[in-house]
Ligand binder design. Structure first.
Ligand code: HEM
Length: 178
């Protein structure tokens, strides 16, 4: 039998790979796909616009084969639909806890003592009206394409793949390829 490489926690690397691919990567990605399909199928005008963008792109580039991930980056409406669907129904909805550092920290004028667990549900953050506007609960892909600066701001506030720090989802690009 193949000898396994051990990690410092006496867990084999094979075991960790199974956990990452199935635990962190499989359900999350399938939930993301279902979120997209749900919103596309329940919004006929979005379906029509998306179909047109894809058809036009295939015709303009003489494409026959399934589209590559790199080429999908040239389909802004598709990107907006994916961001909007996964914003409203993020695959992970529970709080992603962190601990306040030594000396504590102050957030929005409120002091949080060191060691306190702090977190927010991506679902709550992604539907916060102060950030996303009064239509936060609505599926509106155009919010991502109206203004470049606004889109960058919204991207920085989007918690679907975690925060934008070093512990954000390492599989984000793999998931988006799928
Ligand atoms: C739509 C698909 C996915 C979503 C929505 C998602 C979401 C997330 C979120 C919210 C976190 C926590 C980030 C944080 O604590 O700030 C995370 C972490 C992680 N994700 Fe994903 N994920 C997806 C797909 C994947 C895939 C495909 C893989 C690997 C093949 C993966 C591997 C991981 C790993 C290893 C972590 C832990 C990173 C760390 O703590 O340093 N994820 N993901």
């Amino acid at each position: 039998m193949k000898e396994c490489i051990k990690t410092p926690y006496n867990t084999s690397v094979d075991h960790l790979l199974v956990c990452v691919n199935s635990g962190a990567g499989a359900d999350t990605t399938s939930i993301g796909m279902r979120s997209c399909l749900y919103y596309i199928c329940t919004n006929p005008s979005v379906y029509t616009s998306l179909q047109k963008e894809i058809d036009d792109f295939y015709a303009a580039n003489n494409l026959i084969d399934p589209i590559t991930y790199t080429k999908t980056q040239n389909l802004p409406y598709l990107q907006a639909v994916i961001k909007e669907a996964t914003r409203l129904l993020p695959s992970i909805v529970w709080q992603l806890l962190r601990y306040a550092p030594a000396g504590g920290l102050t957030v929005d004028g409120k002091f949080i003592p060191q060691g306190t667990s702090v977190g927010i549900s991506p679902m709550a953050q992604n539907r916060d009206k102060l950030t996303w506007g009064d239509d936060a609960d609505q599926f509106r892909p155009d919010r991502w394409t109206e203004d470049e600066a606004k889109s960058r701001y919204l991207e920085s506030m989007n918690m679907t793949f975690g925060g934008n720090g070093p512990r954000m989802c390492v599989g984000k690009n793999i998931a988006l390829v799928s």
